[in-house]
Design a binder for this molecule. Sequence first.
Ligand SMILES: [Zn+2]
Length: 352
Amino acid sequence: MVIAQYYLDTNMLKDKKNTDAIIEMPKAEIHLHLEGAFTFDFLFELIQKNGGDPGISSIEDLKKKFVFKDFSHFIQTWLWKNKFYRKPEDFEESAYQTIKNLSLQNVMYAEVFFSPWDFISQGMKIEEITEATISGIRRAEREYLIKCNLIADIVRNYGAETSIQRLNQITPYLNKGVIGIGLGGSEKEFPAVLFKEVFIEAKKRGFRTTVHAGEAAGAESVWSAILDLHAERIGHGVRAIEDPKLIGYLLEKQIPLEVCITSNIKTKVFDNLMEHPFDYMYKKGLNVSVNSDDPPMFGADITDELTMLYNKLDYSLNDLKTLTKKAIEASFLETSEKKKYSDKVDNYLKNN
Ligand SMILES: [Zn+2]
């Protein structure tokens, strides 16, 4: 039997029946990085295929490698695993396995970041990586009940001067697998305003837009993503709570925030779930969704995030349904498709 990779801690389960209902529930995910969402089985095979590593002789060794001491250890491990991606077919298989794994958790629709520029030092072309990634996604879509669109993360750290070049490289794939652009990377060192020009141009070309902000930097970074880049969605956005005026603005405009709770705790934006503002933001009526960011890196995927809210914050199945529908509503899908997926969530819970 094929089993999805998720990380449920069975010791913390409140009740099995509703946990099973959460696993089975149709889901959506709109903030997930393909480079951080590999399955351990896949990565283990990739390492063996492309030279091996003396410290990794089993999947258990690999899982241990992904327990981080601190943020710089996290980045080191991220770069270490990237070096095993050597050929286009590695990206095809990686995308296929990741999307398949989402489908096994009953994710119906996913918008997934990818950043082919992270791999150019390995001698591959952006076009090769992009085409292989789209091909892997299409294969998973044909074999499983899932749909997926890519968002190209043009990454702040590669600089504003060359960002138009990255946009040009990705433009041939617009609406052929790629639906939008994103802006991840070092929020403090490379402020959003530097990327104003590329975002104006991307919008002109028809790209949808989302910007990581309010994670490593504070509310001013979220303001800039909204006012300078006119981002349609904000990745994270949780440090908006530092500015009541911004919270009021986000509430009034209902700007979608792609919240990734476990990621924020693991990267120490907040110390623990009780300190995390998600519950406050949701109950205040902000347009929040729940997402997983980099599941194997942080040890939690979308199923875990929803189960955590149920088990630890007493969210009802109905709350989880609302959050899933918010993710669908905030997605870059056409209205008719949003309705199709929303109806699936409604129909599922009617029967549970
Ligand atoms: Zn992210």
